[in-house]
Write a new protein. Structure first.
Length: 345
C-alpha cells in the first residue's frame, strides 16, 4: 500500500525509463545500508513448502523476475532479497548495444500496461559475466539474443557466443527469438530455423558441461503470445524433438486488443506487457500444457498483477511464474502477497 501511495506516485512523475534508473540507484543505496536484507527478514515468506525442484535446480520459491528488468546483472542479489526465488538477466547480446532511439518505454496508466521498444539495450555479455562470478545461493537465468546488426543467417553464432560466455555463471538459459523490437528476430520462430538453433545450442551446452565438469544447463525457449495454435503445435514438437528443458510463455505482444488506443501512448509501437497481456499469456500456457506429449517445464509470465492472476497461471499449467510489469505497478508487496497465498494453500 505504501508503495502505491508514495513510491509509485513519485516515480511515475518521471519518464518511465528515467524512473527505472532512479529505482536502480535507490535499490543500490538501500542494499548498501542493509535495508533490503531487513525487508527480506520482515516481509518475505519462506519455507520448504514454497520450494520447487525442476530441471535439476532447486528454486527457493516459484516466483521469478522476468528478463528485461535487470538486463546487465547489476542487482540480482537485491531482487532475490525482495522476494524473488530466481532472477533472469538479459536479454544479453555478444556486443554492447544502445538499443532503439529514446523515447522507447511508455506506461499505459489506464490499463496497468507498458509498451517498450527498447531493442535489446545492454552492456554486452562480458560485463554480466564479471558481475555474476561471485558466489550466490539462488537461481539466475541468462536470457540471450542476437545483436541487431547480425543477420538472421548468422544468428546462431551470436547465441553460441552468449552461451559459451555465460555457461559457468548462470543456472539456466533462455533463448529469446520472440522480442518484437529487433527487426526480423521473430522469423527465427519458424520451424526450420528454430529447430536448427535449439539443436545446436543443446549440442554445444552438452559439450561445455563435459569440458567444465558441471551438470548440463537447462535451455528454455521464450515464446511470443501472437502465435497461432498451429504454430504453437509446431513449437511443442520442436521442444520435444530437441529435448530442451521447456518454454517461457510469453514475451510481449504486438496486439493492442483490450486497450484504449486513444489514451496517451496507446498507439506507440513496440511490445505490450502488463495486465492487457494476462489472458492471452494464460491461454498460451493452457494450450501448451494440454497439448504437450512429453514432460517439459512451463514458465508463465504476462500480466501478473495480483494473487488471483498468479494462481491462474499456475492452475493453467505453469510450473513457475515470472513478474515484470506487476513489480512496476504494485511494488515488492506483490511478491510477498503471492508467496503468502501459496504458503497458505
Amino acid at each position: 500500500m505504501m508503495y502505491r501511495l508514495i513510491t509509485r506516485f513519485i516515480l511515475f512523475k518521471f519518464d518511465a525509463e528515467k524512473a527505472h534508473y532512479i529505482t536502480f540507484f535507490l535499490l543500490k543505496i538501500f542494499s548498501f545500508l542493509g535495508l533490503i536484507k531487513l525487508y527480506n527478514a520482515l516481509f518475505v515468506p519462506k519455507g520448504e513448502v514454497l520450494e520447487k525442484n525442476l530441471m535439476g535446480l532447486k528454486f527457493s520459491n516459484p516466483i521469478g523476475l522476468a528478463a528485461g528488468m535487470d538486463k546487465n546483472a547489476e542487482l540480482c542479489q537485491s531482487f532475490h532479497e525482495i522476494g524473488f526465488g530466481f532472477v533472469e538477466i538479459g536479454t544479453l547480446t555478444p556486443k554492447p548495444q544502445e538499443g532503439n532511439p529514446k523515447k522507447r518505454l511508455f506506461r499505459l496508466l489506464e490499463d496497468d500496461g507498458i509498451i517498450n521498444r527498447m531493442g535489446f539495450n545492454n552492456e554486452g555479455v562480458q560485463k554480466a559475466v564479471l558481475r555474476l562470478q561471485k558466489h550466490r545461493k539462488f537461481i539466475v537465468g541468462g536470457n540471450i539474443g542476437k545483436n541487431k546488426i547480425t543477420p538472421n543467417e548468422n544468428a546462431l553464432d551470436d547465441y553460441l557466443t552468449c552461451l559459451n560466455a555465460l555457461y559457468d555463471v548462470v543456472d539456466y538459459f533462455v533463448v529469446n527469438v520472440s522480442s518484437p523490437n529487433t527487426p526480423g528476430l521473430r522469423e527465427l520462430q519458424e520451424k526450420e530455423p528454430l529447430t536448427r538453433l535449439l539443436s545446436n545450442l543443446k549440442e554445444e551446452g552438452s559439450i561445455l558441461a563435459k569440458s567444465l565438469r558441471v551438470s548440463e544447463k537447462p535451455i528454455l525457449l521464450k515464446l511470443a503470445p501472437d502465435l497461432s495454435n498451429q504454430q504453437l503445435m509446431d513449437i511443442i514438437e520442436i521442444v520435444e524433438s530437441t529435448a530442451i528443458a521447456g518454454i517461457i510463455a510469453t514475451n510481449t505482444t504486438i496486439s493492442r486488443d483490450g486497450i484504449d488506443s486513444t489514451q496517451k501512448y496507446g498507439n506507440e509501437s513496440g511490445g505490450l506487457s502488463g495486465r492487457p497481456l494476462c489472458d492471452r499469456s494464460t491461454e498460451v500456457i493452457k494450450f501448451i500444457a494440454t497439448n504437450k506429449r512429453k514432460p517439459f517445464v512451463i514458465v508463465g509470465v504476462g500480466g501478473i498483477h495480483n494473487v488471483e492472476s498468479a494462481l491462474e497461471k499456475l492452475n493453467a499449467g505453469a510450473d513457475l511464474i515470472q513478474i515484470y510489469s506487476g513489480l512496476v505497478y504494485e511494488g515488492p508487496g506483490l511478491i510477498s502477497s503471492i508467496l503468502k497465498s501459496l504458503k497458505k494453500n
